[in-house]
Design a protein around this ligand. Structure first.
Ligand code: MOS
Length: 710
């Protein structure tokens, strides 16, 4: 049975105010089916598109049975590279679909079949066959792959390589060192709602209903691809069933649906199947991290080094920023962080919840645990001893940093005191039992955003902000922010979100959505309130204020801004089978002001569950001869389900930070996912004495090393 205990140290005396556990505003619509996701819209005359994917790893299309398929009853068009319109480069090679006969990876879209019905489209797509001049595939990442190079920057513009002091010298001089390599598997974003689009062209304008994390960016991308004026593109995403980063930018589905609608002159809807998502949604690259630590006998680090390797496709450079978070985490005078990328014949990786942090912090926090064991220092104490006074990478003061408080409070909640540091010595029935801890950190960012607030006659307010609610509760929290700034009850606020016709705003990503959109809503609400206080009359059409926060962001103080957390895990390992179960996780977070206790708790629990899933289950298995991830469905790619999750306790500190956006929050979408996998791996090592350095920790990696039960 699953129990979730929540401690919410938040003032809930104002029932709908900021921080209050307001139930999501669209919750009833969702559970009754009234809330419609993109694919559930069926405009008059809509046709159904089905994507056909390449069946070779690399090669060139030399022919097809297109004419036969086009002649099938109910088929309206079969669009290959020979029929598709020319697309302009929108800085994502993955989006240049159907532009050439060349195949860059197995599963790449090579055609869109458009038909009268869903079933006809699927049937016709399965009948379409291409001839290929087949090439070879180079698909396996290694630390000595000949194509490895240092990209100019890594994801989100971070530095590729940074160095301070002399790591090699510190390694040679120090009492205790760790030099280990940690690997994470390819991980697949698996939102419940697959990527889907309904595209309509009318009078040279493109209107799409699309499942994405930010309509402004998708609209800009479509305008570039199709050489349109930005005002001729409208993108809406009213309800989105999860994204985790894979819907953070336009995906091939929205381009293909737009092409289908353009060529047929009818609205066209296209959705990925679950199986398609494993090739064309974007996924987390496998990573390899070499971590070196050097310390004195008390555990004070003299060197911290993280050399990260990942892959991308030949179509698009995307470098997971695996070593970036390590730069800001622990004090150490000598430091080296590097990133190397191999361009392979694989699908293009993309953002997946806590890109960089999820695999990177797994590696460095596993190494810290190995160091604690070697030194016989308590793992919590080891971290406390290496707490930096300023950001060790930038030298900036922290806007606030309560990592030690998270560790101390987590230890108290979890019952860490008196833990026996010996590994592999506790047995309960057929289980070996262990506990582990890891730190978590994630940047607190803001992105430019606009908002529009209109005071209406009669006391209602209309709020337009291009937020996207991907399930995290953005709709509810934006309404709470507006209502609290305007000083009115929630039900006097009419909210409009997720429409590119609204003032431009950034994605529900980088854990920055609430801070960014919320800042714009706050600013506009304050200006409206001020005008009303000055006695400005409200005309019949309303009193409207439109703002953006670009200047406010530019004027922010010079601080290092991060959210922090501490993850504590109990793991049990079955002596007979090697199976690992996690009966209990405790996460304590410092993320500034928490805007909604209920939706925040869900975010943290979801993030921790995703970390557990990464640690134990999720495993994209590449078949080097096929050049493809062989397990591309939920029968074979296991995502943690209810039965895999025990008790998850979440608490947050009541953190005040004056250096953030005016609401004072740091963003919580990703921090819960960070460190959870390391805490699981550390707990397994404590339980068994076996250190698994390549995730997921599946039974075969433990079984040979386990003692017999009797
Ligand atoms: Mo998240 S990976 O920033 O959408």
């Amino acid at each position: 049975m699953t129990t979730i205990d929540v401690v919410t140290p938040v003032d809930t005396s104002v029932p709908t105010g900021l921080g209050a556990p307001v139930a999501r505003l669209e919750g009833r619509d969702k559970v009754t089916g009234a809330a419609r996701y993109s694919y559930e819209h069926t405009p008059e005359g809509v046709l159904y598109g089905w994507i056909v994917q390449s069946s070779v790893t690399t090669g060139t299309i030399t022919g097809s049975n297109r004419d036969e398929v086009l002649a099938m009853p109910g088929v309206r068009d079969v669009i290959t590279h020979e029929q598709a319109p020319h697309l302009e480069d929108a800085e994502d090679g993955e989006l240049l679909v159907l532009q050439s006969a060349d195949v860059a990876y197995r599963g790449q879209p090579v055609a869109l079949v458009v038909a009268d019905t869903f079933d006809t489209a699927r049937e016709a797509a399965s009948a379409l066959a291409f001839d290929y001049d087949e090439g070879r595939g180079d698909v396996v990442l290694s630390t000595d792959h000949p194509s490895l190079y240092a990209p100019e920057t890594v994801n989100a513009g971070f530095e590729t390589d940074t160095s301070q002091g002399d790591v090699d010298a510190a390694m040679a001089d120090s009492a205790v060192t760790i030099d280990e390599t940690y690997e994470t598997a390819a991980l697949f974003n698996s939102p419940m709602e697959p990527h889907a689009t309904v595209a309509t062209w009318a009078d040279g304008e493109l209107d799409v209903l699309d499942s994405n994390q930010g309509t402004s960016g998708v609209a800009t991308t479509l305008a570039t691809l199709f050489s349109l004026d930005p005002s001729a593109v409208r993108v809406r995403a009213e309800h989105v069933g999860g994204g985790f980063g894979s819907k953070g930018s336009a995906r091939p589905v929205v381009v293909l649906a737009s092409i289908g609608a353009m060529l047929t002159g009818r609205p066209v809807k296209v959705a990925y199947t679950r199986q398609m998502m494993f090739a064309i949604a974007g996924y987390r690259t496998p990573t390899i991290s070499r971590v070196r630590l050097a310390a004195d006998s008390e555990g004070h680090l003299s060197a911290l080094s993280h050399e990260a390797y990942s892959h991308s496709s030949t179509l698009q450079e995307f470098t997971e920023q695996t070593a970036e978070p390590t730069r800001h985490l622990w004090a150490a005078p000598s430091r080296l962080m590097t990133h190397r990328l191999a361009r392979l014949d694989v699908p293009t990786p993309r953002w997946m919840r806590a890109p960089g942090e999820a695999p990177g912090i797994y590696a460095v926090e596993s190494a810290m645990d190995e160091l604690a064991s070697k030194l016989d220092v308590d793992p919590v104490e080891l971290r406390v001893r290496n707490e930096p006074e300023v950001d060790p990478h930038t030298g900036q003061p922290f806007s606030s940093r309560h990592l030690v408080d998270c560790l101390r409070r987590g230890a108290e909640l979890f019952g860490w005191a008196g833990r026996d540091p010996r590994q592999g010595v506790r047995r309960v029935g057929r289980w070996l039992v262990g506990t582990g801890v890891a730190a978590a950190t994630y940047p607190a960012s803001v992105m430019p955003a606009g908002a529009r607030v209109t005071a209406l006659p009669g006391g209602r307010f209309e709020v337009g902000v291009n937020a996207t609610d991907i399930g995290q509760g953005a709709r509810t929290v934006m309404a709470q922010i507006a209502a609290s700034e305007l000083g009115v009850p929630l039900d006097l606020v009419d909210l409009h979100i997720a429409d590119s016709r609204l003032p431009t705003a950034g994605v529900a990503g980088g854990s920055s959505g609430t801070a960014s959109w919320g800042w714009a809503v706050t600013k506009a609400s304050r200006q409206v309130t001020e005008l009303l206080a000055q006695g400005q009359p409200v005309p019949p059409e309303g009193l409207e204020v439109v703002v953006d926060i670009a200047e406010d962001i530019a004027a922010m103080s010079d601080h290092s801004r991060f959210a922090y957390g501490a993850q504590f895990v109990e793991a049990r390992v079955d002596l007979d089978s090697g199976e690992v179960v996690v009966p209990r996780m405790v996460g304590v977070f410092a993320a500034g002001r928490i805007m909604n206790a209920r939706t925040a708790r869900s975010q943290f629990v979801g993030g921790m569950t995703m970390g557990l899933s990464m640690a134990l289950h999720e495993h994209g298995m590449l078949d080097p001869t096929q050049g493809d991830y062989g397990n591309h469905d939920f029968a074979t790619y296991h995502v943690a389900s209810n039965a895999d999750v025990g008790s998850i306790e979440v608490e947050w500190l009541d953190e005040q930070d004056p250096h953030l956006a005016p609401m004072g929050g740091k963003g919580i979408g990703e921090i819960g996912n960070v460190g959870a996998a390391a805490a699981v791996a550390n707990a397994v090592a404590h339980a068994t004495g076996i250190r698994v350095r390549d995730l997921p920790i599946q039974p075969d990696k433990l079984l040979a090393g386990l003692p017999t039960r009797y």
